[in-house]
Design a protein around this ligand. Structure first.
Ligand code: F6P
Length: 326
């Protein structure tokens, strides 16, 4: 394998708090190891439009605490075509970039896998998404911050829910995964979470209604994962209004505020460890792997597994929430 001299780094897909900490870690660990590091702006789009700038250590100063991504991000349709990827590869060569570090979610790592195979270039991925839906890592970068933001929001909604004795459905992000909903519910003391992992097996709303939500209180908070499988907060509220008009129902959709904010200590540390891990992986000759954090240890997860294998929600979390919401 040709010796790696220059590494390109990009962030892609939905931004996540901690991406900047990861950019900083990859840049600094890369420079420490003797690599040249190039920042690629706007994800794969910038690789196609040639928005590539050399990064020195000072380019990543004072960013560890910032949300979003200083490299910007995009979802790039052109990179899904062979013609787009060819232009991206030509630009890589033009800048003498020998290897890529891609920070993003499953869509971004899918793009990375295709590109790496097509042009035989070493690519290492970092799991950067609030959804926590990538197999092979206990947590993804951004998940903990989003979880804390959800908890902060639900604490405030609870004040008004209690005052008015209302039932609130609060919709959270997560795409097709229920990690934010189930752990957000446990952290905020919500009465229930409706998550896609269970929605196919049982009618969670009917079960909730049957149990009378929380019997000891007149207000209730239910976190709903945004996946269409759950019916969404709007859909569930509509059902309650039609079938159980005795409840005074309201809906809050937390939306993109879940993606913002300064990363928590946990996300900064995870991003820093993973960023340094990406450089170690390249030095060791690894390619086409995602960096994972499994039981506090940095591991290399082949792209195929990270993207295609299901990451299940731990059933004991569902059980814990049930036991505590009596
Ligand atoms: O994957 C991260 C995520 O925030 C999902 O939770 C959400 O479904 C999606 O991105 C929203 O994407 P966009 O910012 O393109 O609306």
């Amino acid at each position: 394998m040709a010796k790696i001299k220059t590494i390109g780094i990009l962030t892609s897909g939905g931004d996540a708090p901690g991406m900047n900490a990861a950019i900083r870690a990859v840049t600094r660990a890369g420079i420490s190891a003797g690599f040249k590091v190039n920042g690629i702006y706007r994800g794969y789009k910038g690789l196609i439009t040639d928005e590539i700038v050399e990064f020195k250590t000072q380019n990543v100063s004072n960013i560890i605490q910032q949300g979003g991504t200083i490299l910007k991000t995009a979802r790039c349709k052109e990179f899904q075509t062979p013609e787009g990827r060819q232009i991206a590869y030509d630009n890589m060569r033009k800048h003498d970039i020998d290897a890529l570090v891609v920070i993003g979610g499953d869509g971004s790592l899918t793009g990375a896998r295709i590109f790496a195979n097509e042009f035989d270039v070493p690519v290492v991925g970092l799991p950067g998404t609030i959804d926590n839906d990538l197999y092979g890592t206990d947590h993804t970068i951004g998940y903990d911050t989003a979880l804390n933001t959800i908890m902060w929001c639900v604490d405030r909604i609870r004040d008004t829910a209690t005052s008015h004795e209302r039932l609130f459905f609060i919709e959270v992000m997560g795409r097709n995964a229920g990690f934010l909903a189930i752990n957000g519910a446990i952290a905020s003391g919500a009465e229930a979470a409706i998550i896609p992992e269970i929605s196919t097996q049982e009618d969670q709303l009917a079960e909730l209604i049957q149990n009378g939500f929380r019997k000891s209180k007149n207000s209730s908070i239910v976190l709903v994962a945004e996946s269409p499988i759950t019916g969404g907060a709007m859909g569930l509220a509509e059902r309650v209004r039609n079938e159980f008009p005795q409840y005074d129902v309201r809906v809050t959709i937390l939306g993109h505020l879940q993606r913002g904010g300064s990363p928590t200590a946990q996300d900064r540390i995870l991003a820093s460890r993973m960023g340094a891990g990406a450089i170690d992986a390249l030095i060791e000759g690894q390619r086409n792997v995602m960096i994972g954090d499994y039981d506090e240890t940095i591991i290399y997860v082949p792209f195929n597994k990270a993207i295609h294998m299901d990451k299940p929600v731990d059933p004991s979390l569902v059980e814990t929430l049930r036991r505590l919401s009596i």
